[in-house]
Write a protein that binds this ligand. Structure first.
Ligand code: AMP
Ligand code: MN
Ligand code: MN
Ligand code: MN
Length: 277
């Protein structure tokens, strides 16, 4: 199967590598095609495209849009979007609004727990505070020796139901799908195994997503375990969804899969890239 990675993050959002460094690492790991999918951000697309051209990789411009669905954060990946589409850019700008205020609130909650300096700690990591994500907080908590791993930071403090979680209202599923469609892209549900919702809710999400024109789900991802691939392969076949594959790479050691080093899709699926390359 084509060695392809359709979900990656650069330092334009909460990854540690520049777009060019991402492409270099993907190429070194044997990738033949790559998408860059920063959170609510397409600033890194041009640099990633140039680097893919230089290294001979097929390139897919992308974005990962944060939405609120049923009171929870869900991520939708848009692939083959036009990164210069003015509507897409302004809508993404708007969707990032509130990240700084939320970061202040998260920091306050950590202070209430006796953990100081979080806001300064995340500010130090970013060029522009508007991209601060909980990922930055997880790295701060590791650097501050409060947690051993970023995952532990989510499990103990940052995820829904934990003491430093702060709700944030992102855009809606319907709007995100409209932005992606208007920018010429296709929509894929990111890491469906990570949401910790009931199966009933998950199927409802898939129903709504399909009715609104969503075409695929990630079956292979570094953000849910390999044991979940067969389950999501079955659901993709059931719904007639195309299957996507992406590491969700942010930095070495932060997800189950390295960039450009993904296992094949399970049999019997149509890859989302079937008519792209
Ligand atoms: P935010 O956009 O601020 O809600 O942060 C979301 C980012 O945090 C995601 O892109 C992931 O990088 C990371 N993340 C969210 N949930 C988890 C989790 N349970 N374990 C590890 N990383 C997570
Ligand atoms: Mn992230
Ligand atoms: Mn995500
Ligand atoms: Mn991601």
């Amino acid at each position: 199967m084509l060695n392809i990675d359709l979900h990656t993050h650069s330092s334009c959002s909460d990854g540690l590598f520049s777009p060019e460094e991402l492409v270099r690492r993907a190429h070194a790991n044997g990738a033949r095609a790559l998408a860059i999918t920063d959170h609510d951000m397409v600033k890194g697309v041009a640099e990633a495209r140039r680097a893919c051209d230089a290294f001979g990789l097929d390139f897919v411009p992308g974005v990962e849009i944060s939405i609120t669905w049923n009171g929870r954060s869900v991520h939708v990946v848009g692939l083959q979007v036009d990164e210069n589409h003015p509507g897409l850019i302004s809508n993404l700008d708007e969707n990032r609004n509130g990240r700084v205020e939320r970061a202040e609130e998260i920091s306050k909650k950590l202070e209430d727990l006796g953990i100081y300096g979080a806001f300064e700690g995340v500010l130090r990591q970013v060029a522009d505070p508007i991209v601060i994500s909980r990922k930055h907080f997880s790295r701060f908590l590791v650097d501050a020796k409060v947690c051993r791993t970023p995952t532990e930071a989510f499990d103990r403090f940052l995820k829904i139901g934990r003491p430093a979680y702060v709700f944030h209202e992102w855009t809606t599923l319907e709007k995100a799908l409209g932005w992606i469609r208007d920018a010429g892209g296709v929509a894929v549900i990111a890491h469906p195994g990570r949401y910790e919702i009931s199966e009933e809710a998950l199927l409802r999400l898939f129903d709504e997503f399909k009715a609104l024109g969503g075409v695929g789900i990630e079956v292979v991802t570094g953000s849910h375990g390999r044991d979940r691939y067969p389950y999501f392969a079955r659901l993709a076949r059931h719904y007639g969804f195309l299957a996507s594959a992406g590491s969700d790479f942010h930095a070495p050691g932060e997800s189950y899969l390295d960039i450009g080093a993904l296992p094949d899709l399970p049999d019997g699926l149509t890859p989302v890239w079937h008519d792209w390359f």
